[in-house]
Design a protein around this ligand. Structure first.
Ligand code: GDD
Length: 414
């Protein structure tokens, strides 16, 4: 087959509202995949990486959010990118491989040679072009993006062993209790259409086992609660683990940045990583100091509709969304300011996320210690929070529509 006819389809697994609960309070207002990192929805970063692939025929987002959550977004993006972007809703969670399988007919409609499958909740440089070339060279059923991490954190992910010469996946263990390897699964895959046969095989084996169990009623009583339904299939445990060591899967290692986005705090770090990436990929998105707006230092994104006073100082690692108003003398460092926020004169925001339509009074101070991995390591204000003049808020999570008229430290305010 010539390169020109080698069509590629991309699928982004967006999960659903129940999967986003650890992302509260930010997921109370917007579906987690649409939360902005460096000024663009989380899911847009992988989408833009897919767009760079030659012969990309379609981008599908698969999840179990309501259709309306993605309708406007996907239609606007399809027009902008000139590639069809479509949201496909599962009636219930089918697991990462099960979700993919539900829509196999649509995915295979254009007869793609390669299917890119991406977890929505990872932040990385998505080196898809190089990974695709590697995948085609290896000729396997699938290629997994992998990365070395410190042994202390490896057990939070899928750990794997790969052949150092060929890259063949030799062993795979999902979040193992005992250490296997410091090489982890990054949640970025390229598969050949054969993947659907592998998923079908797991489904059939489950179905056969269920029939057998029905025949032995004692065992059925014992294991009824442990059994997974035949159509709930996970890419990692159910597909990668059994296929490892069978010359079907290969690992492609990235040396670049990679993070998993499960808790809100990490979104500050990911926003900073994407802002840093703009220096090479999209320098036009980075703000510069000019006579009309604030003094900018380091990587900063400012939405064109936001207003920043020339005496405010912003950066590094700041992202400001639509219609925000930043007053005179304000200082912003390492933060995400969401739509319609108003920050009055001389207020300071550091290591914090300021929710939609919130307001900070004069000389107010909202900050976090900066440890993204702990629950109160950064400060998060939900939607419509009002921090009154001179109030100091440190290492707190504040739910929507609260008014803070006293200073608070290390509190969750419900
Ligand atoms: N459509 C759909 N339907 N998507 C789903 C479903 C489902 O039923 N269940 C999970 N997902 C999506 C999630 O939104 C996420 O993008 C991805 O699939 C993986 O989610 P989980 O299955 O919850 O796994 P995880 O995030 O804890 O770990 C996986 O990703 C890590 C990398 O971030 C594993 O594959 C690990 O091995 C891997 O290291």
């Amino acid at each position: 087959m010539s390169e020109e006819s080698e069509k590629v389809v991309a699928v982004i697994l967006v999960g659903g509202p129940t999967k986003g609960t650890r992302f509260r309070p930010l997921s109370l207002n917007v579906a987690k995949p649409l939360f902005p990192l460096a000024g663009q929805p989380m899911v847009q970063h992988p989408i833009l990486a897919c767009k760079k692939i030659e012969n990309l025929a379609h981008i599908y987002l698969i999840g179990f959010y309501e259709d309306r959550e993605f309708a406007l977004y996907t239609s606007a993006l399809s027009n902008e990118l000139k590639v069809p972007v479509r949201y496909l809703k599962e009636d219930k969670p089918h697991g990462s491989a099960g979700g993919l399988y539900q829509f196999r007919d649509l995915i295979l409609e254009e007869d793609p040679t390669d299917i890119i499958v991406l977890n929505c909740d990872v932040c990385c440089s998505f080196p898809l072009t190089d990974m695709l070339a590697f995948h085609r060279k290896c000729g396997g059923m699938g290629t997994i993006l992998v990365k070395k991490v410190s042994p202390e954190v490896a057990s939070e992910f899928g750990e794997l062993v790969a052949d150092s010469d060929s890259g063949e996946l030799l062993h795979y263990a999902e979040k193992p209790e005992t250490f296997v390897s410091d090489l982890i699964n990054c949640g970025v895959y390229i598969f050949s259409p054969e993947i659907f046969i592998a998923i079908q095989d797991v489904k059939s084996a489950r179905h056969d086992r269920a029939v057998l169990r029905r025949l032995t009623s004692f065992e059925a009583l014992q294991s009824a609660t442990k059994t997974l339904s035949a159509d709930f299939i996970r890419l990692d445990q159910d597909i990668l683990t059994p296929l490892a060591g069978k010359k079907k899967l290969y690992a492609y290692e990235t040396q670049d940045f990679w993070e998993q986005i499960k808790v809100p705090g990490i979104s500050l770090r990911c926003s900073a990583l994407y802002l840093g990436q703009y220096r090479t990929t999209s320098p036009h998105l980075l703000a510069k100091s000019d006579s009309k707006g604030a003094i900018v230092s380091g990587d900063v994104y400012i939405h064109p509709s936001a207003k920043t006073h020339p005496s405010a100082k912003i950066g590094p690692n700041v992202s400001i969304s639509a219609n925000a108003r930043i007053g005179p003398g304000v200082r912003l460092i390492g933060c995400i300011i969401l739509d319609d926020v108003e920050i009055e004169e001389n207020a300071v925001v550091m290591n914090a996320i300021i929710g939609w339509k919130s307001s900070l009074g004069r000389w107010a101070r909202v900050q976090g210690g900066g440890d993204y991995t702990t629950k109160l390591g950064i400060t998060i204000l939900g939607e419509g929070v009002s921090v009154e003049d001179e109030v100091v808020v440190i290492n707190c999570i504040v739910l929507s529509h609260k008014t803070l008229n006293r200073s608070v430290h290390e509190e969750i305010i419900l």
